[in-house]
Design a protein around this ligand. Structure first.
Ligand code: PEP
Length: 232
């Protein structure tokens, strides 16, 4: 089953969430849809669409003003949480070690972490993608428990620029082999970065692309639903 993660980032309100869930709930699809919403929108009625958060505190409940713990996320009914998104790595200086701690905390709370990894444009242009991704992957994943990987080249996020099919296939194959080497070959590996209804078909049949993480195009049903159709 292919997986589609919609990452709403710091966008959306309750009306927009309700209208998206209404549209998604009416769909007949084999794609597993996970909507990763801002904390303010996590609570809600159960639906067939899975809900995820976009970050998790490093700490358990306690004196950590402003933090949202794993337990709090679970209480909302959410089942997933994005960790190590490139925007968190860039704007909040999240290191691989922090990402691993957050992923571990998610698992402790029975949330499935969606762990993001991706190289910068400079690393890409200097042919360092493979070594950077290998290191990020091995340093960001928890020591035990199941997780999802989202490979998102940083230079492709929100830019409208995507890697070639061959580049994508090479990195997904490498991620798969690394995961296989540690007994984690069943881990879904998603691709992300400017995926939309015009390019989804180009990437979905690449070996070891088990689905997508989508930002901008996940905000409106007019742009999100056609991607789901292309994944069937
Ligand atoms: C993302 O936020 O993870 C992402 C891939 O964004 P966009 O689809 O807008 O590039």
């Amino acid at each position: 089953m292919k997986i589609l993660v919609g990452n709403w980032k710091s966008n959306g309100n309750i009306t927009e969430k309700d209208s998206m869930l209404k549209a998604l709930n009416h769909l007949k699809t084999n794609v597993k849809i996970i909507l990763c919403l801002p904390f303010t929108l996590l609570y809600g009625k159960k639906s067939k669409i899975s809900i995820g958060a976009q970050d998790i505190s490093l700490y358990s409940n306690g004196a950590y003003t402003g933090d949202i713990s794993g337990q709090m996320i679970v209480d909302t009914g959410a089942k997933y949480v994005i960790v190590g998104h490139s925007e968190r790595r860039t704007y909040h200086n999240e290191t691989n070690e922090i990402v691993k701690t957050k992923a571990t905390s998610a698992i402790k709370n029975r949330l499935t972490p969606i762990i993001c990894i991706g190289e910068t444009l400079e690393q890409h242009q200097s042919n360092k993608t493979k070594s950077v991704i290998k290191r990020m992957l091995l340093k960001s994943i928890p020591d035990s428990g199941n997780f999802i990987i989202a490979y998102e080249p940083r230079w492709a996020i929100g830019t409208g620029i995507t890697p070639t099919k061959t580049e994508t296939a090479t990195i997904h194959q490498m991620i798969f082999e690394i995961l296989k080497g540690i007994g984690k070959e069943k881990t879904p590996i998603l691709f992300g970065g400017s995926i939309n209804a015009r390019n989804a078909k180009r990437f979905i049949n690449i070996p070891h692309v088990d689905g997508f993480m989508v930002g901008h195009a996940s905000l409106k049903s007019e742009t999100f639903l056609p991607i789901i159709k292309d994944m069937n």
